[in-house]
Design a binder for this molecule. Structure first.
Ligand SMILES: [Zn+2]
Length: 431
């Protein structure tokens, strides 16, 4: 028996198909001739790369196969990728990778590079050559980056997603899933399954909206609960088949601590800094500015983050915070697209008020350098009294709502969701 690892990426387009569908199909077929070593993996890569298709997810799977079956398996994979990839879209550039034996440790580092940085096809080609990985490129073959990364990702921390697929005649039509049943199932399985519904909006989140074959995606940290949820949701259209994936979704895989001066476009980062300019708005986006000892950074809560912006507006100059998000150029300025923030230390907010009239306790009116009582006319030199205003922000992590959240971002409802952000506090103080 030989261990065979297969990675596939970039077979889909914003208009259709889905790499997970192809992966699930292959996993079923290959499992008939070889022994799967685990569930298939769904690996989300750098969420900030510009040419990504919807979610920038790659799939990988591993089998124990008979030596003589390996050519058959490879042909099956290449055949299905060729047949089902959405070549109607110019940004679909599939890549397939085969690796035999143990997964080289170097590929793990490559996986994180593909999540943290912006890699080129040549980076993937170089490591494939070094590690003796067999790569197949279709068109530009950009998918080999994700395919290699998916094979290499160790998934030491992971969640599950059960993906159910529609029969072909329903592709492109509205998804028929009983809404009440989703709410009922959410009520019984949350937080072991999550992102099923948005309670504040009364909307269902498990159904995507595109022309792809996915009917629902049910996310969770407990495989049995995910399965139970699937079995108890009422579907009002046929299901072709389903597959549970192990995934790095909702693990904060993309975040790592950086100093402001180290930030580069298309990366994601956690930074620690002091608010040096409180919020201003442009369109419906809310911006503010922070600094650490290495530089200044513009931070943005964009319009789709909706109610999250309310908390961003509460930050004032002098607040110390931890901020996490993707780095991109927005209107020519390097900007952190905020996913979460944590107030470490809130500055004092002080207003200055006029005193009451010392004679009659009446209200005083400002008159240039003086204050004059509206009631008795008493006049005195203007002296204002400082008053501390209570701050509304708490020492907790604030996060964007589920429909604005990145696939990789860990929702606060999950265990260990604060770890990566709060670990920054253990680092040497940098503010
Ligand atoms: Zn008075």
């Amino acid at each position: 028996m030989v261990k065979l690892h297969i990675g596939i990426d970039d077979t889909d387009s914003p208009e259709g198909m889905c790499t997970t569908y192809l992966g699930a199909l292959l996993y079923r077929e290959i499992s008939k001739i070889a022994e799967p070593l685990d569930l298939p993996k769904l690996i989300r890569l750098n969420p900030n790369v510009p040419y990504k298709t919807r979610g920038n997810g790659a799939v990988a799977m591993s089998f124990d196969a008979k030596e003589e079956d390996i050519p058959k398996i490879k042909n099956l994979v290449l055949g299905i990728v060729k047949e089902l990839s959405d070549f109607s879209h110019r940004n679909t550039n599939p890549g397939v990778v085969f690796i035999e034996g143990d997964i080289p440790e170097k590929l793990e580092r490559f996986a994180y590079q593909a999540i943290w940085e912006h890699l080129d096809i040549t980076d993937a080609e170089n490591i494939a050559e070094e590690l003796n990985a067999e790569i197949h490129k279709f068109r530009l073959g950009r998918g080999i980056i994700g395919a290699l990364a998916a094979v290499g990702h160790p998934l030491k921390v992971f969640t599950y997603e059960l993906l159910a697929y529609r029969t072909r005649e329903f592709w492109g039509t509205g998804r028929k899933v009983n809404k009440e049943s989703v709410f009922a199932v959410d009520h019984l399985t949350y937080p072991f399954t999550y992102d099923n519904v948005d309670l504040s909006k009364g909307s269902v989140l498990i159904t995507p909206h595109g022309k792809d074959p996915v009917l629902v995606g049910i996310r969770g940290i407990d495989k049995n609960k995910v399965m139970w949820a699937f079995e108890n949701i009422i579907f009002e259209e046929p299901i072709d088949f389903f597959q549970i994936y192990k995934t790095n979704q909702n693990t904060d895989d993309h975040l790592r601590f950086k100093k402001i001066a180290e930030l580069k476009p298309l990366e994601s980062a956690i930074v620690r800094g002091k608010v040096i300019k409180k919020y201003w708005e442009k369109g419906r986006h809310v911006f503010f500015e922070i600094s650490d000892e290495t530089g200044k950074l513009r931070v943005a809560a964009f319009e789709p983050t909706k109610g999250f912006r309310k908390y961003v507006r509460m930050l004032i100059e002098g607040d110390e915070i931890i901020a996490a998000g993707g780095v991109k150029e927005f209107n020519g300025v390097l900007t952190l697209n905020l996913e979460k923030f944590y107030p470490i230390k809130l500055a004092e907010k002080i207003t200055y008020e006029k005193p009451k009239c010392p004679k009659c306790k009446g209200t005083m009116k400002s008159k240039g350098e003086y204050l004059k009582c509206k009631k008795c006319g008493y006049k005195m030199k203007k002296v204002l009294i400082p008053k501390r205003i209570p701050r509304d922000l708490k020492r907790k992590i604030y996060e964007v709502p589920p429909d604005a959240r990145k696939h990789l971002s860990r929702p606060l409802t999950l265990p260990m969701a604060e770890d990566k952000i709060l670990d920054v506090l253990k680092l040497k103080k940098v503010v």
